[in-house]
Every structure is written in C-alpha cells, then in structure tokens.
Design a protein around this ligand. Structure first.
Ligand code: 6PG
Length: 256
C-alpha cells in the first residue's frame, strides 16, 4: 500500500476544482508567512485543459499576485510556437489573467538550449528559496506520459533524474526535439509534487507504477513516485480506474 495522497474525481471539472482548492489553500498558507506560492507547471493536453478551466471559471478571481509561475519543461521553440508550453499557458490562460509579468519565469525556448539550461538554473538559484542546497518549489505539477515520462525526462534518458544539475537539456526520443527540463533532483526537492493525470490512456502506466509491476523502474515517474515522499495524484476516474483502496488510502489534503 502506498502512502501517497490520491484524489480521484468522477469528472474533469471535479479534478480541476479539487486541484484549484488545494492551490488556493497553499496560497493562503504562504500568504500568512508573507511568501508567494512558487509553482512549476508542465505542458501537455491535461495541463492545457486545466488552464482553460481556470480561464473560464476563475481568471479574474484567482489570487495571481501571490503566485509565481515557473515551468517544469519547455520545448526549444519560440514562445508563440504552437509547440511551446509557455505559449500554451499564455494562449489558454495567462493572457486573460491578471498575473504580474514579474511573477512569470518562463524557460526561453528560443535561446540556445545549453545556454538556456544554465540561465534558468541561475534564475531558480536567485529567486527561489533553497532546501538541501537545491532551489525549492512549493508545488511542482507534473503530467504523466503513457511511456511513464515526466517533464521532458523520458525512459531513454533516465540519467536526467540523477543529474547534479538543476536544469538540463533533454531530447525527445521520437522527434529529436531539444527540450529544457527540470532534473529529478529539482522536482523531488519540491515541498509538494502532484501528478495531474486524466484519461483512460494513462490508467495502465499508473497501475504499473503504483503496484510496482514488472519493469516499473523504467518509468521516470516511478522514480519521482518513490523518491518524493510528498508526491500525490489528482486523477479522474478513467486514469484512476485501477486504483483500489488496497493500493491507495485516500487522504485529506494537507497544507504545505
Ligand atoms: C510536455 C510535458 C509532458 C506532459 C506529459 C503529459 O512538455 O509535453 O511537460 O511531461 O506533461 O506528456 O501530457 P498529456 O497530458 O498531454 O498526456
């Protein structure tokens, strides 16, 4: 049985409402201490749907000025390229949100990849608090690929999970596209790591990871799941269809 916090909802809007209420709770928690909420977000369809939901329902009420937005990974393309994770967040949410520009710390996909990995690592070291001598996020929000990848750490590049650097250049295994990605040590150093996973296509890889089924170690997500004690899941019932109480005790949300 795993100890991770798992929240499963019947509908996509239920997942997003649950995640938003958690994030808002964390904002309030940090506000009491006079700190912003430092959150790193991923790209992909699931996060895109989440951004759209916020835009449609909370764009003007979300406490943007208390949030500092970072990226888990970025494709090495210009920001307005359809492939860009920042471009996706901007198009579906940020252009409607009153988030101060100074609260947005995008990875610059238009830069030379290695130079950008260095620049972004320096940015994190400058603007984030430290824990274990590593820049510390309050929340890292991960998607999950069907191949078990997280961020831009793919099964054939698992060394990025163990890199001594906080940000690295990755390569997409099929397209060869260069990516900028947080490394395993930065992701697992966060106070809270949450997987946002929806849809039937993710159910099998999730089950393999949760139940540690044969070959689960090849999935980068399995590393984060096991290393980051705070790793939790926001799932819809399709992605969580294999979750049985025997695998996963559902716990209440814990503040940061
Ligand atoms: C990216 C993401 C990647 C994504 C997963 C899940 O740049 O593509 O950071 O890690 O989050 O592949 O994406 P989907 O939600 O689209 O399946």
């Amino acid at each position: 049985m795993i100890k991770n916090k798992v929240h499963i909802y019947d509908t996509l809007s239920g997942v997003f409402e649950g995640l938003l209420s958690y994030i808002d709770h964390c904002i309030e928690h940090n506000k009491l201490k006079g700190y912003p909420l430092n959150i790193a977000i991923s790209g992909g369809e699931t996060p895109k749907n989440f951004f759209k939901y916020i835009k449609d329902n909370y764009a003007d009420v979300f406490q943007w000025r208390f949030v500092r937005l970072f990226w888990v990974d970025e494709r090495c393309v210009p920001p307005m390229n359809p492939e860009s994770n920042f471009g996706q967040a901007y198009h579906y949410l940020l252009k409607y949100a009153s988030i101060p520009e100074t609260n947005i710390f995008r990875m610059m996909g238009e830069n030379e990849p290695e130079q950008e990995a260095i620049r972004y690592a320096e940015t994190l070291a400058t603007v984030l608090p430290c824990k274990n001598n590593i820049p510390k996020f309050d929340i890292v929000l991960l998607g999950l690929g069907e191949d078990g990848h997280i961020a831009s750490i793919f099964p054939d590049q698992k060394e990025l999970l163990f890199s001594k650097r906080t940000v690295e250049v990755a390569t997409h295994p099929e397209t060869g596209q260069k990516r900028i990605t947080l490394t395993g040590k930065t992701i697992c150093n966060a106070d809270n790591v949450w997987f946002l996973v929806t849809g039937k296509s993710k159910a099998k890889v999730l089950k393999r990871i949760i139940r540690k089924e044969k070959g689960f170690q090849k999935y980068p997500a399995a590393h984060v799941h096991s290393i980051s004690e705070s790793a939790g899941y926001f799932l819809d019932k399709e992605a969580g269809e294999f979750m049985k109480i025997k695998d996963v005790p559902t716990k209440f949300l814990n503040p940061l």
